[in-house]
Design a protein around this ligand. Sequence first.
Ligand SMILES: O=P(O)(O)OC[C@H]1O[C@](O)(COP(=O)(O)O)[C@@H](O)[C@@H]1O
Ligand SMILES: [Mg+2]
Ligand SMILES: [Mg+2]
Length: 335
Amino acid sequence: MNKNSLGLPIGTTLDRFIKKKQDEFEYATGELSQLLRDIALAGKIINREVNKSGLLDIAGAYGAKNVQGEDQQKLDVIANIRFTRALRNGGQVCAVISEEDEEIIHLDQNCRYIVAIDPLDGSSNIDVNVSIGTIFSIYRRVTPTGGPVKKEDVLQPGTKQVAAGYILYGSSTMLVYTTGHGVHGFTLEPSLGEFVLSHTNMVCPEDGNIYSINEGSWCQFDQGVRDYITWCKEEGLTARYIGSLVADYHRNMLKGGIYLYPSTEKVPEGKLRLLYECNALAFIAEQAGGIATDGKQRILEIQPETFHQRAPLYIGSKKMVEKALEFCGQAEEAS
Ligand SMILES: O=P(O)(O)OC[C@H]1O[C@](O)(COP(=O)(O)O)[C@@H](O)[C@@H]1O
Ligand SMILES: [Mg+2]
Ligand SMILES: [Mg+2]
């Protein structure tokens, strides 16, 4: 029987993989396994909606703004409802913090898992048929189960994540996650409706030649950032920017590259959200041998103060992020 590098048969489904991993942990209760399955199920449901996102009833703006002041797209709202419902029905989660909700969504306080989620990442690309995603972080609450979930349960540094990942709705649909024991990727086999193990022990190349940044913000960048981009051009590096964080990060993790969203005059604290964008990708990046920093410190070490706080993000291949920090570190120190 053909086996992959984990000794698992080719075509191993996510369910079987989760079960095998659970059996490796003597004290595993199965709760986290079930939660990962619930997220995968919600991902399949969203995938179905995304595939028809060009059709009238799904396309376009929802007509309301989220806590960030951004116009919500219909699919942002649909994805938020579907994920919250799947997590509620799954019965493993006591609270959710979502990009689309200002406050904590309280579920079953007898449960011990907290999920931070960006239900639909890359919203500006929904209606133009470009890859989009979902990003999730999982924590254990710090207050006792049975009692109300408190701010400190949600405002935990990224180092406390027990699992994190993303779903990429692209030419194929992939679920990529880590529980702190390597990064594995599963591709949705549409005819089976199953996520099948396709990428084991994903490693981000130490160096690469792709840089991803919205150069449209050039006039707002600090000199250090401008100098780094100029250096990338002089070195003949390739510019790639999809405008969906999940898709840009995924490509760069596979091929070697750096994604930067620095602080700018318009967004002095950065654009991307710490709890449900930066932390999850930082956990994945570090587990794949890459680096994730805000220009001053590891993203995972930032102590969150508010649910929707933002952070500058420099993430990707180790040598490339180190080079960027040579240019940009001072910029972030000064900001
Ligand atoms: O349009 P900009 O300023 O380049 O920002 C693009 C970035 O914003 C995001 O769309 C923010 O995420 P949401 O779509 O979830 O709000 C990222 O996916 C993307 O990398
Ligand atoms: Mg996002
Ligand atoms: Mg979003």
